[in-house]
Design a protein around this ligand. Structure first.
Ligand SMILES: [Zn+2]
Ligand SMILES: [Zn+2]
Length: 179
């Protein structure tokens, strides 16, 4: 079905540092539903100190993606999850980043919480946002680019408002490319 990419069989979720089990299991179940592949949760990896930039007090997402190459997997996509603020040099922050060639991606939970913006906690909203970021970055591992449809999960999120507007699903055009 996904003839153009070799990494089709399964997905491994890799938590860096302590990530609550409910979050991991929620993502596991929802990603099985969305992509139809086998999803496993790996053991917790240490906080990626090698990616930390003390000047920015943030973690360089590309370095985490590079580190993921150390995980011995075959035919498996990897979704890294951190509760640390991520950046790439060109941007103030990123919600996540994907390594298309290897089928790896990483997402950050930090800026998905209402509390981060001084608002009351909303667990359901937080979980849905985490799912959206995960599906978006995984979409990139299928070589999908950003989509002009603001409701499509592949629409670029400049802010959480963009994330909240888009659905957790692919638009019909992106869905076609996925297959
Ligand atoms: Zn993107
Ligand atoms: Zn789309």
């Amino acid at each position: 079905m996904f003839a153009t990419t070799p990494k089709t069989q399964s997905l491994l979720i890799v938590p860096f540092g302590a990530i609550r089990k409910e979050i991991l299991v929620f993502l596991q179940n929802e990603l099985i539903r969305t992509f139809g592949f086998d999803v496993r949760i790996a053991r917790e990896e240490p906080i990626p100190q090698y990616a930390f930039n003390p000047k920015r007090n943030q973690y360089h997402s590309t370095k985490i993606l590079e580190w993921l190459k150390n995980i011995p997997v075959m035919d498996t996509r990897i979704l890294g999850i951190v509760d640390l603020d991520l950046y790439v040099p060109e941007l103030n922050f990123v919600f996540g980043e994907a390594d298309v060639a290897h089928g790896f991606c990483v997402i950050s939970l930090v800026r998905l919480r209402q509390e981060y913006y001084g608002m009351p906690k909303n667990e359901k909203l937080f979980l849905v946002r985490a799912l959206k970021e995960a599906v978006h970055e995984l979409g990139h591992t299928y070589r999908l680019g950003h989509c002009g449809d603001t409701r499509c999960i592949m629409h670029f999120s400049n802010s959480l408002q963009d994330t909240d507007i888009k659905g957790p699903d692919f638009c019909p055009r992106c869905k076609l490319k996925l297959r």
